[in-house]
Design a protein around this ligand. Structure first.
Ligand SMILES: Cc1cc2nc3c(=O)[nH]c(=O)nc-3n(C[C@H](O)[C@H](O)[C@H](O)COP(=O)(O)OP(=O)(O)OC[C@H]3O[C@@H](n4cnc5c(N)ncnc54)[C@H](O)[C@@H]3O)c2cc1C
Length: 436
């Protein structure tokens, strides 16, 4: 699409709109789209896709833009921004229906007072339902429920042919398998039926500090095994030589601290925080993250058995982390949910760790950012050697051989699904290995 081309109906070439979608949260890649579409209805989405196919224009699907690989960006086509598709509708005690562009914070807010929450929430409210289902979606309750892609009952998808299809494990199951963790390559998730769980009335979080990695690893073994806490997150403050376990409980009756912490080997209980807002309580506030910084980030799913090694010998030397006060290394204990999601690549074990190295660099640290991103590539090879699979939100630019290693026997079906669901290659390939 060039400036001379006719504008696709429903898109704009307004420079401000295009510049606003030229970066993602990583800020490392800049791509200014030729045009931007912000459809408000699924009918508009279908029409846009059909018109784009006819005009030979590629579309990059963008939700909240919080991924870091440039996957929601394009400079050779239009960005289809889903955030106008933001309706959320509770559908009984077991399920909430949310459109693909709805943000998880809005989903939680729509459930206020119902004592129900999605089984897995991610740790910020600004990312969209379609955006995290296209990645995986791991959070503080993943030790119980696995990933978000394993906790949806049904999806509505607009395929590359512009068709609006309802898919589930029993209806159009291949499309259901392709779009979950499909990185926006097979279709646009326009609505999701998300499984709910009962939630407590209030939330308590204990911040426990550990200076002994073995004790932390042992405690996590115990906590995951016994499911004592509803929420678990670990922050590794290597620069302060301390690991922080954030253990959260949802409750009706005031919890008993002695019972909750019995038998644990932490060095210090730094605080106990009680709050009445359960849904957002496990999330970081939006002001904790700035779009002005560079974020060379990587995440991996690792077998649980690697935890003692990750803790005792961190793959990134503590002194190599830039701006350690702002940056973040940490992990969520993970598990498996009830529904298989074949493109959510992870080690075969039942118990897993989502391990993240999230560096934050200032506006004038571009060279350092590139240097650090290279270091993360070396770490990736090391962790893959330990059995890791990359979580594809971060800055992943694999070679064809590395993609083959990543997807293994799922690569061939995914290439076939690309031909089946996006035959004209309408969805911008964004460095993914599935085809045009
Ligand atoms: C501060 C921060 C905290 C985070 N915390 C977590 C966390 O706790 N757990 C976790 O799992 N992840 C986390 N992430 C990663 C984030 O969840 C993923 O990057 C997610 O994909 C971003 O969602 P988004 O709506 O911003 O999507 P975008 O970044 O806009 O898009 C991501 C990918 O999804 C595709 N896509 C977007 N919408 C759709 C749709 N409707 N249909 C099909 N494809 C679509 C895009 O084409 C792109 O490939 C975090 C990211 C940030 C910046």
């Amino acid at each position: 699409m060039t400036d001379g081309d006719q504008l696709l109906a429903g898109t704009t070439r307004d420079l401000q709109e295009r510049e606003a979608r030229a970066f993602d949260f990583g800020r490392v890649v800049r791509r200014v789209p030729d045009a931007v579409a912000t459809p408000q209805t699924v009918t508009e989405v279908s029409k846009l896709v059909r018109d784009a196919a006819q005009a030979g224009i590629r579309l990059a699907i963008r939700g909240g833009g919080h991924s870091q690989s440039g996957r929601s960006l394009t400079d050779r086509g239009a960005v289809l921004d889903t955030t106008g598709l933001n309706r959320v509708q509770p559908a009984g005690p077991e399920v909430v229906r949310a459109q693909g562009g709805a943000r998880w914070g809005d989903v939680v807010d729509a459930l206020k007072g119902r004592r129900r929450l999605p089984q897995v929430l991610v740790d910020i409210g600004e990312v969209t339902v379609g955006g995290t289902l296209a990645a995986g979606g791991v959070g503080t309750t993943s030790h119980r429920y696995g990933a978000q892609v394993e906790n949806v009952e049904q999806l509505e998808v607009v395929t590359g042919a512009g068709e609006r299809v309802l898919c589930s494990p029993t209806e159009d199951a291949e499309l259901f398998d392709a779009v979950r963790s499909g990185q926006g390559q097979f279709g646009i998730i326009t609505e999701a039926w998300i499984r709910l769980r009962a939630s407590g009335a209030r939330f308590r979080q204990y911040e426990l500090h550990y200076r002994d990695f073995e004790r932390l690893a042992d405690d996590l073994d115990l906590l995951v095994e016994t499911s004592r806490f509803d929420h678990l997150r670990v922050e590794l403050r290597h620069h302060k030589r301390v690991s922080v376990l954030l253990a959260g409980l949802e409750y009706d009756e005031t919890p008993d601290e002695n019972r909750d912490l019995a038998g644990l080997g932490h060095d210090e209980l730094v605080y106990t925080r009680d709050t009445a807002s359960v849904g957002r309580a496990g999330m970081y506030p939006s002001w904790a993250f700035s779009w002005l910084h560079y974020h060379p980030w990587r995440d991996w799913m690792l077998p649980w058995e690697t935890l003692p090694t990750l803790l005792a010998e961190p793959p990134l030397h503590p002194e190599s982390m830039p701006n350690p006060g702002w940056s973040w290394t940490g992990f969520y204990p993970g598990g498996r949910g009830d529904i298989e999601a074949p493109l959510f690549m992870r080690p075969p074990q039942k118990r897993l760790v989502l391990y993240s190295i999230l560096a934050v660099l200032g506006e004038f640290q571009h060279d350092k950012t590139v240097e650090f991103a290279d270091k993360l590539k070396d770490i990736d090879r090391e962790l893959v050697g330990l059995g890791a699979k990359s979580y594809l939100s971060g800055q992943v630019d694999y070679s064809p051989q590395q993609w083959q290693q990543h997807y293994g026997e799922m690569l061939a079906p995914a290439v076939r699904w690309k031909q089946q669901f996006d035959p004209d290659g309408i969805f911008h390939a964004a460095g993914m290995p599935f085809g045009p």
